[in-house]
Design a protein around this ligand. Structure first.
Ligand code: FES
Length: 109
C-alpha cells in the first residue's frame, strides 16, 4: 500500500469525474458534494470508463449503459457488481490516494 498524489486537486471541479492513470492503475477520480473520491475506472458490466461518466449525487453513472456505482462503497446500484474504492485525503490543494502495490489484489470496497 502506498500514498500517491494528484495535484492540483482543484483541477477537478465539484460534480466532475475524470480518468487518471496513477501507479499503473486507471482510476475514476472525482468530486461530489461530500468531497473527493477515487474508484476503479473500469465498469464491471462491460468495461466502460467510469471516468468518462458523470457524477449523480453519491454515484458515478457509466457512460455506456448508465449503471450507477456508489463512490464511497463501490456498490453497483443496478447490477449488484462492485468497483474498488480507494481512500483519499485532501491536504491543501493536493489529493492523496491510498493504493495497493501493483502486485497486490484490489481491495474490496
Ligand atoms: S459498460 Fe458500464 S453500464 Fe454497461
Amino acid at each position: 500500500m502506498g500514498w500517491h498524489t494528484l495535484e492540483p486537486a482543484s483541477k477537478l471541479r465539484p460534480g466532475e469525474v475524470r480518468t487518471f492513470k496513477i501507479a499503473g492503475r486507471h482510476l475514476a477520480i472525482g468530486r461530489n458534494r461530500d468531497g473527493y473520491f477515487a474508484i476503479d475506472d473500469t465498469c464491471p458490466h462491460a468495461n466502460g470508463s467510469l471516468g468518462e461518466g458523470m457524477v449523480d449525487g453519491d454515484c458515478v453513472l457509466c457512460p455506456i449503459h448508465g449503471y450507477a456505482y456508489h463512490v464511497r462503497s463501490g456498490e453497483g446500484m443496478d447490477d449488484g457488481e462492485e468497483v474498488a474504492v480507494y481512500p483519499t485525503e485532501l491536504e491543501g490543494d493536493v489529493l492523496r490516494i491510498l493504493l495497493p502495490d501493483e502486485d497486490e489484489a484490489s481491495p474490496q470496497p
